[in-house]
Design a protein around this ligand. Structure first.
Ligand code: NDP
Length: 482
């Protein structure tokens, strides 16, 4: 037997009694000087941090990414520098709309957030299990999320709010079609794909830029849950996906995903038929085939959920040399809003928390000082301003990106190409479904749409019809609309 562990206060002082509080006499009131009791209660009151407004409920795990194919002609990112190279990764897999204790098996998009601890700092790929999103401009984001959350009066989720927003914002139709399809409730986290969703850029050693989309395809195969099974589990075992992932990893059944990229040149992007930076669109595979890159395996459970997963802070701003941004308006806004959410949730020094700190780049910015909860040596005695004459860290111009050519006037653009732009790809998806998948899609939509006012139903049927006549007719029939 090892040495018995002694309980102390947070200041390290031995605790003489953790069972009875200090009172004035056997029946008297509790004494203020029982500082250990006060500390215990006060700390307990402060255990919760603000939950994420979106993606609050999640499971997570650590793993390894291994390169299987050479893509160095597109990117100089060291994570991809040679076949066989391994990099540690953290994954956080969430639902979007529900609160921290909400059920896993609901119809919802899933977050697919990854943090690669590369030798040149952390690359965060903060994606979803769908290749597109409901909106293409972040100015709509708070409104969109409000429509998916709770009614301000009743505090209930509302089918009417959701469909009202979608019916007035037809760019959402592609994502709505995916959400209500047979893939809307994954069987489990291992059985869904992950997508970077936005267009990003790659920069190679010659400082040439390519536009890139990331696809993590499940190697377990896509497997989904029926609405009925999801509803049943939401009651019987609301943490079903969380538990299944933890148990699979605990018994050595490690889920894997194959990373692919699609690559588009800058010249092609200028004339491609769709706006390649529009988050409501995919790049069709026949125009931009998938190129294999590597395999990601999740193989280590968190030791402590709060430290490893709740405090994990992902941000699309975290790109490493060789990977960068694109003009996607949603990406541009997320570069701000993710880090901002973490500053609110975790404080200004959130990147220094152990799970967020880079593993390989030991030199961190010594000019960022102080702030709440600064628990390392705070940059020590080195210079705290730059430029300086005392050997402090300096910038590295070799990482300067090639200039990006910008065209046109500053204005508020809708960024569509063609009047039917919002309807073509949802229609393509409907048409590639089997008859059985189409029927399921229509059944899932009708289950929710039948509860909303007729005016909204009619607007939605109009959108479905523009995507595909059979899609519109099927939904209209299922909800009893002429
Ligand atoms: P392809 O026939 O080359 O590919 C179809 C894609 O659709 C496959 O990636 C397939 O995924 C995916 N898919 C099938 N059913 C669903 C579903 N219910 N929800 C989400 N994805 C699904 O076609 P295109 O590349 O020309 O695209 C046609 C349509 O396919 C698009 O409008 C889009 O809706 C959808 N899609 C396209 C993707 C892309 O990056 N091009 C990615 C995902 C969807 P899998 O191979 O895993 O079965």
């Amino acid at each position: 037997m090892g040495k018995e562990k002694k309980l102390t206060t947070a200041a390290g002082i031995p605790v003489p009694d953790n069972q009875t509080s200090l009172t004035a006499g056997e029946r008297g009131p509790t004494l203020m000087q029982d500082h250990y009791l006060l500390e215990k209660l006060a700390h307990f009151n402060r255990e919760r941090i603000p939950e994420r407004v979106v993606h609050a409920k999640a499971a997570g795990a650590f793993g390894t990414f291994t390169v299987t194919n050479d893509i160095t002609k597109y990117t100089k990112a060291k994570i991809f520098s040679e076949v066989g190279k391994k990099t540690e990764v953290l994954g956080r897999f969430s639902t979007v709309a529900g609160e921290k204790g909400s059920a896993d098996t609901v119809r919802d998009v899933r977050g697919f957030a990854l943090k690669f601890y590369t030798e040149e700092g952390n690359w965060d790929m903060v994606g979803n299990n769908t290749p597109v999103f409901f909106i293409r401009d972040a100015i709509k984001f708070p409104d969109f999320i409000h429509s998916q959350k709770r009614d301000p009066e009743t505090n209930l989720r509302s089918d009417t709010m959701q469909w009202d927003f979608w019916s007035l914002v037809p760019e959402s139709l592609h994502q709505v079609t995916i959400l209500f399809s047979d893939r809307g409730i994954p069987l489990g986290i291992p059985y869904m794909n992950g997508y970077g969703s936005h267009t990003y850029s790659f920069i190679n050693a010659k400082n040439e830029r390519f536009w890139v989309k990331f696809h993590f395809k499940t190697m377990q195969g896509i497997k989904c849950m029926t609405q009925e099974e999801g509803d049943r589990l939401a009651g019987e075992n609301p943490d079903y996906h969380t538990g299944e992932l933890f148990n699979a990893i605990a018994k050595g059944d490690f889920p894997k995903w194959k990373l692919h990229v699609q690559i588009m040149t800058e010249e092609e992007a200028l004339k491609y038929k769709i706006n390649p930076f529009d988050l409501t669109k995919v790049w069709p595979h026949k125009d931009y085939p998938l190129i294999e890159v590597g395999i990601m395996e999740m193989n280590r459970n968190p030791e402590n959920y709060f430290a490893d997963i709740e405090q994990a802070a992902f941000s699309p701003a975290n790109v490493v040399p060789g990977i960068s941004f694109s003009p996607c308006k949603m990406l541009q806004a997320r570069i701000f809003s993710y880090a901002d959410a973490h500053r609110y949730r975790l404080g200004g020094n959130f990147e220094r928390l152990p799970v967020n700190a880079p593993h390989a780049t030991k030199v961190e910015n010594p000019y960022q000082r102080d702030g709440l909860m600064r628990f390392d040596n705070n940059g020590g005695k080195g210079p705290n301003y730059e430029p300086n004459s005392f050997g402090g860290a300096t910038e590295d111009p070799s990482h300067k990106e090639p200039p990006l050519k910008i065209y046109g006037d500053a204005d508020r653009y809708e960024q569509k190409r063609g009047v039917d732009d919002d309807y073509v790809q949802p229609g393509d998806l409907f048409r590639l479904m089997t008859a059985e998948q189409q029927q399921l899609l229509i059944k899932h939509i009708a289950g929710s749409l039948k509860k909303v006012p007729k005016e909204i139903q009619e607007r939605m049927v109009g959108h479905f019809t523009r995507a595909d006549k059979a899609y519109g007719e099927g939904v209209a029939k299922a909800i009893g609309l002429k």
